[in-house]
Ligand binder design. Structure first.
Ligand code: AMP
Length: 220
């Protein structure tokens, strides 16, 4: 499975990503985690990323895109992956599309996590107290939510037009949300299957993705 998790900070993408990657036995590619590891290790990439992360801004596209393209080229991503926190801009989504089109391995689904802004703020403020993350101060939290609204939310339309988007209500117990996501994915795969079987062009990626969707559905 090749899945993208989209959604504002605090929506629980990271928590659900860990559960989903256990379920699907695929790598969890979290750009936030990769940056935090680099910051901790004091690498040059970490130095660059930290300046933006601390302000609640996005790391420049060219830096993120190069890093993710490199990661997706690793052998462990050949059988599928779960992207958490990428893409976050239209330029990143376009770069991902180009990469996946070149290898004939398109996405199966994009899940957009939704929660009310007050709920997101409450969760992020709680996490700040618990983990002491430098990008979870009150003003930075507000800024990150604004950045999501202006730079990342346009991806909802982007993926809706490509018929890949499924919206998930991200409020509730962790287990409840996971069950909801799995139901949503099942429906998305069934759609993909039906759509590709009936598609007029029957292009190779369409047929490949339908075959993979059938295999994934059987494995459930
Ligand atoms: P996250 O843990 O996904 O909330 O990411 C933490 C921070 O890392 C973000 O606030 C950004 O500064 C940076 N970051 C993570 N992913 C991206 C991305 N795809 N594009 C730009 N910046 C990113």
């Amino acid at each position: 499975m090749r899945i993208v998790l989209l959604g504002p900070p605090g929506a629980g993408k990271g928590t659900q990503a860990v559960r989903l990657t256990q379920h699907f036995q695929c790598p969890h590619v979290s750009t936030g985690d990769i940056f935090r590891t680099n910051v901790m290790q004091g690498t040059r990439l970490g130095e660059i990323a930290k300046q933006y992360m601390d302000q609640g801004d996005l790391v420049p596209d060219e830096v993120v895109i190069a890093m993710v393209m490199d990661r997706l080229g690793s052998p462990d991503c050949a059988g599928g992956f779960l992207l958490d926190g990428f893409p976050r801009t239209v330029a990143q989504a376009e770069a991902l599309d180009r990469k996946l089109a070149a290898t004939g391995t398109p996405l199966h689904a994009v899940l957009c996590f939704e929660a009310a802004e007050e709920e997101l703020f409450r969760r992020l403020a709680g996490r700040s107290a618990e983990l002491g993350r430098s990008d979870d101060g009150e003003e930075t939290i507000r800024h990150r939510l604004e950045v999501y609204a202006t730079k990342t939310r346009p991806l909802v339309d982007y993926y809706m037009h490509r018929r890949l988007l499924s919206v998930v209500d991200a409020v509730g117990h962790v287990e409840e949300v996971t069950a909801r996501i799995l139901d949503t994915l099942r429906a998305a795969l069934a759609r993909l299957n039906g759509g590709a079987n009936g598609s007029a062009n029957g292009s190779r990626p369409d047929r490949t993705v339908a075959r993979e969707a059938r295999t994934a559905a059987r494995a459930w």
